[in-house]
Design a protein around this ligand. Structure first.
Ligand code: NAD
Length: 523
């Protein structure tokens, strides 16, 4: 029986991180309600699948038109709830989702259609093989707060287009972005139970993981990802895990310093550094190190920090004071171990409780937390290297492997290094923007996760492969269906030699043995 404590409804709130204003309160969806939502999603799934791809794409097109018409309203809602500047909300959230729909409209048919599988082995030539792609059924999505609209929306749209229904558990800090998504999908006439939002905290999320969903797409921290992977293993629930990152940026000796320093500043401070693809550590060739730092400091000092609703703002607040304390702890640890603070390094209390000055740390080392733990805040730690090999070794010296970037005037050199770096994505002469390339698969290796979202690989995660094999000689028994004995063995040996014997004569002898035995067997 439930205790009193368990029966109390848990509450969550969306709070404007720039002002502390409580925007909206929600009751956490209970475990029982999560199970009911998944049950409704299951009932709705077959109808949704049977509507067919053209009808589903038609609804997505409608959703795209609605989102486009409401772009500013949605961007402002995201800014109020998560703090990022409105122009960033437009580009990294609204536009990413509009383009994800464009990608699905152009590519879903090609990715999801049946695919013939021609057979190479002689024994199976008289059979026709094909791959069909079947939706899993009900997809559970658990999402974080840092991109409260584009992350759940891109995952949801891929799941829906493939014929799944979806139950989404958004971050407890940013439920409003998910409610916006729900209202626009409803307006696009996507059936109510094909997409449902279960707002709540971690307990609501774990109820979704424990429910009868057929696959889970999780985006969040490594710690939660590990807990989810363990729970999923209990019932072999397939999962996609999009986890944290500690993305390195390598500036080679032939890089354009002005461009690279601007990229480092934007890549480290976009969304106040709260991006899984942020530049989290920077390695600069020793000949460029001092000049690179000078340029970064100059550019960081010019950044305008403030409320994201102000169109002049370039860097907004951190999501919570708790997140800010983590950033402070990393900077303090680095300072205590000898790092130099060249810019920032302090709270901006005059602006509000969650503001931290964009910070540049020089002379950092891998002993410091800021170089091996995800900071997820506005900090750019920079150090130098001498050789390419050293740069690659430093980049790979991490538990994480989400993304990385290499900066060079020679793109072939950049691509050569890209192949040596352990990361799901390596950008040559750019940072972060891979998330907005709808064709590009997004995901990591090592502790950064399992599986992919976005692009054709993200869409393929939403279906399971079914191999359909049709025999073209339905009236013929197979020669290997028993009747074992010396003749059978000779026939099989001949058959193996026919295909794999060395040289023409060995193969011919094999053919004679195989056919002769068949012939004798028939007599
Ligand atoms: P988090 O792990 O704290 O929470 C993520 C989600 O999981 C939230 O909705 C939360 O309520 C839910 N949750 C918590 N405990 C759960 C449980 N036991 N079972 C099920 N759900 C549970 O992460 P966060 O702080 O919201 O997000 C920041 C992290 O997300 C960072 O590490 C960042 O790098 C990562 N991230 C990764 C990507 C990517 O694509 N790889 C993208 C964005 C963010």
């Amino acid at each position: 029986m439930a205790t009193n404590a368990q029966m109390v409804t848990r509450k969550i709130a969306s709070v404007n991180p720039a002002t502390g204003e409580v925007l909206r309160e929600f009751d956490c969806v209970s475990s029982g309600e999560v199970h009911e939502a998944v049950g409704r999603a299951r009932e709705a799934q077959m109808d949704w699948q049977n509507r067919g791809l053209p009808e589903r794409l038609g609804m997505l097109r409608k959703f795209q038109r609605i989102l486009h018409a409401r772009k500013n309203e949605v961007a402002e809602c995201i800014t109020r709830e998560s703090g990022k500047p409105v122009s960033e909300a437009l580009v990294t959230e609204v536009s990413v989702v509009l383009d994800a729909v464009r990608f699905l409209i152009e590519n879903a048919h090609g990715v999801l259609q049946d695919e013939p599988i021609p057979h190479g082995n002689l024994a199976t030539r008289l059979k026709r093989g094909k791959l069909a792609r079947a939706p899993y059924g009900v997809i559970g999505i658990v999402s974080p707060w840092n991109y409260p609209f584009s992350i759940p929306a891109t995952e949801t749209l891929a799941a829906l287009v493939a014929g799944n229904t979806v139950v989404l558990k958004p971050s407890e800090l940013t439920s409003m972005g998910a409610m916006e998504l729900q209202s626009m999908l409803r307006a696009a006439e996507i059936p109510e139970n094909a997409f449902q939002v279960a707002v709540g905290d971690g307990l609501t999320g774990s109820a979704l993981v424990a429910s009868e969903i057929d696959k889970l797409v999780f985006t969040g921290s490594v710690a939660t990802g590990k807990r989810i992977a363990a729970a999923a293993a209990e019932r072999l629930l397939p999962v996609v895990l999009e986890l944290g990152g500690k993305d390195p940026m390598i500036v080679l000796d032939d890089a354009d310093l002005d461009v690279a320093s601007s990229a480092a500043v934007w890549g480290a401070f976009v969304n106040a550094g709260q991006a899984c693809l942020s530049v989290e550590r920077c390695y600069v060739h020793r000949d460029l190190y001092r000049k690179f730092l000078e340029l970064c400091v100059e550019k960081v000092k010019a950044l305008r920090v403030g409320n994201g609703m102000d169109p002049e703002t370039e860097v907004g607040p951190l999501i919570t004071e708790r997140q800010l304390r983590l950033v402070e702890a990393h900077v303090l640890d680095a300072k205590q171990q000898g790092a130099r603070v060249l810019a920032g390094g302090e709270r901006l209390t005059g602006l509000g409780t969650n503001f931290y000055a964009p910070t540049i740390l020089a002379d950092v080392s891998h002993d410091m937390r800021v170089m091996h733990e995800e900071t997820f805040g506005p900090v750019l730690p920079v150090t130098s290297f001498e050789t390419e090999e050293e740069a690659v070794t430093l980049a790979n010296d991490s538990l994480y492997g989400l993304a990385a970037s290499v900066w060079t005037g020679d793109s072939r050199r950049g691509e050569r290094l890209a192949r040596q770096i352990h990361a799901g994505t390596v950008m040559v002469n750019d940072v972060v923007s891979c998330f907005a390339i709808s064709e590009a698969p997004h995901g990591g290796v090592k502790a950064s996760g399992i599986g992919r979202t976005h692009g054709r690989f993200g869409l393929q995660e939403m279906v399971w492969l079914k191999y359909i094999d049709t025999d073209l000689m339905p009236k013929m028994k197979k020669s290997w269906w028993y009747g074992y004995g010396p003749a059978f063995r000779q026939q099989m040996e001949g058959f193996v030699d026919l295909q794999f014997g060395r040289g023409l004569s060995a193969r011919l002898r094999g053919a004679i043995a195989a056919i002769g035995t068949v012939y004798r067997k028939k007599l």
